[in-house]
Ligand binder design. Structure first.
Ligand SMILES: Cc1cc2nc3c(=O)[nH]c(=O)nc-3n(C[C@H](O)[C@H](O)[C@H](O)COP(=O)(O)OP(=O)(O)OC[C@H]3O[C@@H](n4cnc5c(N)ncnc54)[C@H](O)[C@@H]3O)c2cc1C
Length: 457
């Protein structure tokens, strides 16, 4: 029975970094991966989707050539080439993780499904490994909802859609949130007809209503059909066509398409881990219960990344690694609760988000200030010909600290970090208000927005 100092199950965004830190201290680490190295982000999430978003952006811009002073008479999309580019970028990243782990001293890589046999024992491919410390980084997968008629049709998820090397004639996207909208806009730009079916009353329902409305406008302007309140979705195969019944309040009751993408959320890969044999508790959705320093209910076992339900992003998973490493190796009591909510929606233009939404600030009842500016009044956006969206910043009226921001617009995915860092510094907004930002940028308007705050009524 091979004995190690530490076992890491899964090579998502936390496992490899932690393996490297532990191995560098001289301890023996076993890393177990059942699928492709690098996990979701590298293979079926952030990296391949953002590579394809870049292709879609280039295609979209080429189609707008006349606005910029050139004529691209016909833009022909070569989906095989789009896929090949994406595969190359994703593959480089995957190979990098794999080669690095396999060549690092003190790391032994096992390829297979890891399963707890006890709180100190994990089986993989007929072997049993033991360790005093076990780290779970098994991530999640797409939820397959219980939709009537789903068994009659073939459907896609975020993984299988990435294998397409043809442009679907009509892609029906079930789910109007982050994953569904990124794919929806990108395939519209590749040339598909796209219909988004969202069960709720608006897109990206966690965002403020004005953000949802602006996102909808951006997508509709490009011809993405949006159907909200699609409460009773069902499927039927009619010849070669897939028919989705939607029962929306508005629009035709049925949508006919060639392909269906299910993008209705994620679930943790914890059902087949043998957690019961280790005594590790989960919540009712299968997320592993952890404390603020990512310790599970069993001493010596930690859970990092999407499987602990504390975050759903690459940066939160990576931060989980930093928290665990800081606590175990650096005598630095970092905690999950130190983290400020931040993420992007990578439609074009992107939405950068940090901290609380306006709705959350209102619900909190605290005295607050708000500043907004449409992108039509941002010089850089005008120069780039990308003026959709707006900036919105919320500030605590008493402490003067920033509570949250939404930057929907060109460069919003980067601009948001000016605000995020100020929030981490717990500095008053006046620090940024007095900063001299570089012209011409979107960020240069942040001090202006902060100089024009109004009470949030
Ligand atoms: C379409 C899409 C786009 C996304 N875009 C972004 C984005 O732009 N930005 C962002 O921050 N996040 C994005 N995400 C989310 C991001 O991919 C995840 O939050 C991130 O990958 C963190 O995952 P993780 O570290 O928890 O584990 P994962 O990356 O999911 O990796 C878990 C690994 O564990 C392995 N594994 C599972 N069970 C076992 C087992 N029993 N034995 C051995 N190995 C096992 C799996 O094979 C996998 O390799 C996106 C997700 C999707 C689906």
């Amino acid at each position: 029975m091979p004995g190690f100092d530490a076992i890491i199950i899964g090579t998502g965004q936390a496992g490899p970094g932690l393996a490297g830190r532990l191995a560098a201290t001289g301890v023996k680490v076993a890393v177990i991966e059942r699928g492709r190295f690098g996990g979701t982000c590298v293979n079926t999430g952030c990296i391949p989707t953002k590579a394809m978003v870049a292709s879609a952006y280039a295609i979209h811009t080429a189609r707008r050539g006349q606005e910029y002073g050139f004529a691209a008479s016909q833009v022909e999309v070569d989906m095989k080439a789009v896929k090949a580019r994406k595969d190359r970028i994703s593959g480089q990243s995957r190979d990098g993780v794999e080669k690095w782990m396999k060549s690092t001293a003190n790391i032994t890589v096992y390829q297979g499904h890891g399963r707890f046999e006890s709180a100190r024992e994990v089986s993989v491919g007929g072997e049993r490994l033991t360790a005093e410390r076990i780290f779970i980084n098994v991530g999640g997968r797409a939820t397959i909802p219980d939709i009537p008629g789903l068994a009659q049709i073939s459907y896609l998820n975020n993984s299988s859609l990435l294998n397409l090397d043809v442009v679907p004639r009509h892609l029906i996207v079930v789910g109007g949130s982050y994953v569904g909208l990124e794919f929806g806009q990108m395939f519209r730009r590749f040339g598909s007809q796209v219909t988004v079916l969202e069960m709720g009353p608006r897109l990206v329902g966690r965002e403020d209503e004005d953000v949802s409305a602006a996102v909808r406008e951006i997508l509709e302007r490009e011809g993405v059909e949006i159907r909200v309140n699609a409460k009773c979705i069902r499927f039927e195969k009619r010849g070669e066509e897939i028919v989705a019944g939607a029962e929306c309040k508005e629009g035709a009751p049925e949508v006919q398409g060639s392909h269906v993408l299910l993008a209705v959320g994620r679930r943790p890969n914890t059902g087949d881990l043998g957690l019961d044999k280790a005594g590790v508790a989960t919540d009712s959705h299968g997320y592993i219960t952890v404390d603020d320093q990512l310790r599970t209910t069993v001493p010596g076992i930690w859970a990092l990344g999407d499987c602990n339900g504390k975050g759903a992003f690459t940066h939160t998973s990576y931060n989980d690694f930093e928290i665990v490493a800081a606590n175990l190796l650096d005598n630095d009591a970092r905690r999950v609760s130190d983290r400020i909510v931040a993420y992007n929606l990578y439609i074009d233009p992107p939405l950068g988000r940090a901290g609380a939404t306006e709705a959350e600030v209102r619900r909190s009842g605290r005295k607050a200030l708000i500043g907004t500016r449409p992108m039509t009044r941002v010089g850089r956006a005008i120069e780039k010909g990308e003026t959709q969206g707006f900036i919105k910043i919320l500030v605590d009226a008493e402490t003067k600290q920033i509570l949250g921001a939404s930057v929907l617009g060109t460069g919003g995915d980067e601009v948001i970090h000016c605000i995020l860092d100020l929030m981490y510094a717990r500095a008053p907004y006046t620090v940024m208000q007095r900063a001299v930002h570089i012209h011409p940028t979107v960020s240069e308007l942040l001090p202006t927005v902060l100089g024009d705050l109004k009470p949030l009524n």
